[in-house]
Design a protein around this ligand. Structure first.
Ligand code: GLN
Length: 480
């Protein structure tokens, strides 16, 4: 077995026991990246040399010598950070995202910054100024998005874990498309400081890995109180270390009544059936909850809020403060126009325009304010549902990964496909995207949702399911 194939847990154990050296792990991962990257295109910026120098530092943290990659909307001090947009130019942030600081302190080394939909807007990883990433399980298909580069890097064996961000599904859907595990933590569980904002009330950073145990390890490092993020949790300590003798016996797992009428890809339908059998075999009780407002209004509510927040958050890219600029504009208005016309891609522009319209004084009550009220109803609906069940089981996407380019002309279809993930962000809940097996050559993932702060319990339930499904194999389609 090659070192790049090891799970994060086995890698850390082997490094601790000095079975192999950090340099050997680095070389193995680097070789793997070199052999696949031409076909997969997960990276925006490779930082092999930086990783190499980080290896020299004395560190005995639990991730000492473990290579990782970050979605390119996480700020890295002195290292180009683009959010996959031309508008950031060659911006090198003056500070690190807190989540990266925590990983770095624990000894992780950075192999690079990976691809995403521009400003995290999209679900294919195709809305990137740097070109599309390919799914390592089938190169003709998308890896999902927006954190497609992070999911592809873990699936192809570049690194044992990666960080992404999830505003409406961007960790969970690409994890499902690439056949890896991904956790969208409770809003406030992981500091957002240094995450380039898209929809600030929805954004959350989280990990990808090839086993549930590995997600636990990463969460134990990044779920950290941070005074730099006022929405970050304050009092409690969350325990991500339970992995032996975990059980879901007697727990309730619900299906959503209203979702039963919607069509799923047959492979996802089969995965849902198989997972229900596993849950029952493990002594969980299957129940049903009703989420009528979610099923009818969540998509419209999410896009109204996400676009409104995005248009405000993206105001700062004006050619003055940071990133791309023009030097020969006749005046400030021309400068704004030229910088923003060139700098933003079409999806981002359309969302800025929509967000501007939704929040204009004469329409604000009708759209933005109405959406905030619907959001409250959605959160209340989940609160009620979680008095009747411990978890909710549902797909991460109704579809298998589409062919690259096949959905470029149908934005509405893409928005609608987020129905299974975005309600979780509206209510600030945690959601685990887990591997269920292969159907043909493609992996299928599903999603388990819990009440706020139940992240440790969801991962434990994930461990129970993983005992039946086994862990995903490293995808080899990218090998030259
Ligand atoms: N597809 C959704 C959107 O485009 C979610 C993206 C995300 O979670 N960043 O808004």
């Amino acid at each position: 077995m090659e070192l790049y194939e090891l799970s994060l847990y086995h890698l850390t154990e082997g490094l601790k026991a000095k079975k192999f050296s950090p340099e050997e792990v680095y070389e193995s991962c680097k070789k793997r990246i070199d052999s696949c990257e031409e076909n997969i295109h997960a990276f925006i910026t490779r930082t092999d040399e930086i990783a190499k120098s980080q290896l020299q530092e004395d560190n005995s943290g639990i991730l000492a010598g473990v290579p990782t990659v970050l979605k390119d909307n996480l700020c890295t001090k002195g290292i180009r950070t683009t959010a996959a947009s031309k508008i950031l130019g060659n911006w090198r942030p003056p500070y690190n995202a807190s989540a990266w600081n925590y990983l770095r302190s624990a000894g992780a080394v950075l192999m690079g910054k990976v691809n995403m939909d521009e400003f995290a807007m999209g679900n294919t990883c195709g809305n990137s100024a740097f070109g599309a990433t390919h799914n390592p399980n089938d190169l003709s298909r998308v890896p999902g998005g927006s954190s497609g580069g992070s999911a592809a890097a873990v699936s192809a064996g570049y690194v044992p874990f990666a960080l992404g961000s999830d505003t409406g599904g961007s960790i969970r859907q690409p994890a499902a498309y690439c056949g890896v595990y991904g956790l969208k933590p409770t809003y406030g569980m992981v500091s957002r400081y240094g995450l380039i904002s898209y929809g600030s009330s929805l954004d959350q950073i989280g990990p990808f890995a090839r086993t549930v145990r590995d997600l636990q390890i990463v969460m134990s490092v990044i779920a950290h109180y941070d005074p730099m993020d006022s929405s970050c949790f304050r009092e409690k300590n969350y325990d991500f270390t339970h992995h032996e003798n975990v059980s879901i016996k007697g727990k309730k797992v619900a299906l959503v009544k209203e979702f039963q009428d919607f069509t799923l890809d047959p492979a996802i339908e089969r995965a849902m059936k198989k997972t229900q059998e596993i849950l029952q075999e493990e002594g969980a009780e299957l129940v049903e909850v009703s989420l009528p407002v979610v099923s009818k209004y969540a998509v419209a509510c999410y896009y109204a809020l996400a676009m409104s927040e995005a248009h405000t958050n993206l105001e700062r890219y004006d050619g003055v403060r940071l990133g791309y600029t023009v030097k020969d504009a006749a005046g400030i208005k021309e400068m704004f126009e030229r910088v923003r016309s060139y700098g933003f891609g079409p999806e981002v522009k359309s969302r800025i325009i929509a967000g501007t319209c939704l929040t204009e004084p004469e329409r604000c009550e009708q759209y933005y304010v109405a959406a905030t009220k619907v959001r409250t109803l959605i959160a209340q609906e989940f609160t009620k549902a979680f008095t009747q069940t411990d978890f909710i089981l549902q797909p991460a996407s109704p579809e298998m990964p589409p062919l690259i380019g096949s959905q470029d002309d149908d934005a509405m279809k893409g928005y609608q496909a987020d129905l299974y993930t975005l309600p979780v962000n509206l209510a600030g809940l945690p959601g685990l995207s887990f591997f269920t097996g292969y159907y043909g050559d493609l992996p299928v993932g599903l999603q388990l949702i819990g009440p706020r702060w139940s992240d440790p319990a969801i991962l434990e339930a994930g461990l129970v399911i993983e005992r039946h499904t086994g862990t995903p194999e490293i995808a080899n389609e990218g090998v030259k």
